[in-house]
Design a protein around this ligand. Structure first.
Ligand code: IMP
Length: 430
């Protein structure tokens, strides 16, 4: 029996983590976000109601569970407050006894958002395709040690001083380089007052709360955002996000000793999608890609952008499974593949005529990789009522078997529809 599980995305994000987190939350006591920010978007269907969450851990939808935003997350207070207000308006309780914010978490300031968008605009065709939420600039300031943290909101005089110093530099960039109007300190100070008044009651050292929960024998879920292939260090740099979405990041972002990580569940969508630019060897820029997008409703939860779609890439998933030590897979959106005459899985690549079975570090090499596919028979029918493997068509079972074999871990969950109950459970965590 384990007391904590880390959930990670094994592809380029949007694997359907929200639903699986929601299922596991039922037995967990605490759900912790440990990296990323409101570039994430989890769509959940709970009790027939659809919720799109960007920052608040989805555990909040369950009475009696605690949601933590740990120090590794970057927080846009305006977005957080809006999300909290929307949840409350729909009758979901949000209070300091079920939501805790790390005083160490860095704030996404309005200038971070503006700089993210201005920089992307200037890159033109070369843009990274960021979500434009200020994630990169906020993490830059964290590393440059000029960031403001949620805990700083406790002392508005100190906050104003720090903001004034930051603003001198940011306004140079905003107006000097990008021709935008400068921001005023008064505006930032006024916002900080609201943030402080409303968020101060939620602040604490989440690391201590996690230690205390573990000591009480509680069960914890660490909810990763984005995915391993977007990892700042291990993804296809520079087409990555600015945090580390791999499992080991829990140790830093939440403050959990690596040897205390109990289990790692890797989410795998039954096909591949990517939003934003960057190499995508199995991309289907054709009718099949359009069909997957339509059937899978592949549009970004955060930005609404259409997602690029393609076949499952076992090279990518295997890479993530190894990096994270994933012990199980949660395979999602299997139902979307129903009706395709045949299915393909990339088993390895040809790079300049040579066989390789890893994703190259150099994106120019990655762009030249030609996937080598294994073709499997397709399956048909409505899978959404399947609750055990035997309910699935034989060809679907075969596809799952081969997927697990090639990706290097057995499935714990198979999702056959968006609803919580539309799931086959093969291994129950907790
Ligand atoms: P950023 O995280 O906004 O800086 O964007 C960097 C890259 O990560 C872009 O390609 C985004 O589309 C991608 N990205 C960021 N967050 C997510 C996510 O939650 N799902 C999928 N892609 C994401």
């Amino acid at each position: 029996m384990i007391n904590n599980v880390v959930i990670i995305g094994s592809q380029w994000g949007d694997e359907g983590k929200g639903k699986i987190v929601d299922i596991l939350t039922e037995k967990a006591d605490m759900v912790v976000r440990f990296q990323g920010g409101n570039n994430a978007g989890h769509t959940l269907v709970v009790g027939g109601e659809t919720y799109a969450l960007h920052l608040v851990p989805s555990g909040i939808l369950h009475p009696g569970k605690k949601g933590l935003i740990a120090g590794g997350v970057v927080v846009d207070p305006d977005v957080l407050l809006e999300e909290m207000d929307k949840l409350q308006a729909r009758g979901v309780a949000v209070a300091p006894d079920n939501l805790m914010l790390s005083e160490r978490a860095h704030i996404i300031m309005p200038y971070h958002r503006l700089l993210d968008q201005a920089r992307e605009g200037r890159r033109g065709e070369e843009r990274l395709g960021t979500t434009g939420r200020g994630i990169g600039p906020a993490y830059e300031d964290k590393a440059a040690r000029v960031g403001l943290r949620l805990g700083d909101l406790r002392d508005l005089v100190f906050f104003r001083d720090q903001a004034a110093r930051a603003l001198t530099e940011k306004n140079h960039l905003l107006s000097g380089l990008y021709g935008l109007p400068p921001l005023t300190l008064e505006d930032l100070a006024a916002r900080a007052e609201v943030w402080s008044r409303r968020l101060a009651p939620y602040l604490g050292d989440t690391w201590l709360a996690i230690q205390a929960a573990l000591a009480r024998g509680e069960k914890l879920l660490f909810e990763g955002a984005q995915a391993v292939q977007l990892d700042l260090d291990h993804g296809s740099y520079p087409y990555v996000t600015s945090s580390n979405p791999l499992a080991g990041s829990v140790a830093v972002g939440a403050g959990l000793a690596p040897r205390l990580i109990g289990g790692v569940l890797a989410l795998v969508k039954a096909y591949s999608t990517r939003v934003g630019a960057g190499p995508f060897p199995t991309e289907q820029d054709n009718d099949l890609g359009l069909e997957l997008r339509r059937k899978g409703a592949e549009f970004g939860t955060t930005t609404g952008r259409p997602r690029r779609c393609g076949w499952l890439d076992a090279v990518v998933v295997r890479h993530s499974v190894k990096l994270c030590g994933a012990d199980h897979l949660a395979i999602t959106k299997l139902d979307v593949l129903a009706g395709l005459p045949e299915l393909k899985i990339a088993t390895h690549y040809l790079l300049d005529g040579e066989k390789i079975d890893f994703f190259p570090a150099d994106i120019r090499a990655a762009e030249r990789c030609r996937p080598v596919y294994e073709t499997l028979p397709g399956f048909e029918g409505d899978l959404s009522r399947a609750r055990k493997m035997a309910d699935l068509p034989a060809a679907a079972r075969r596809y799952l078997d081969r997927l697990s074999e090639l990706c290097g871990a057995p499935p714990a969950f198979i999702s056959v529809g968006p609803g919580r109950e539309e799931t086959i459970t093969l291994h129950d965590y907790f």
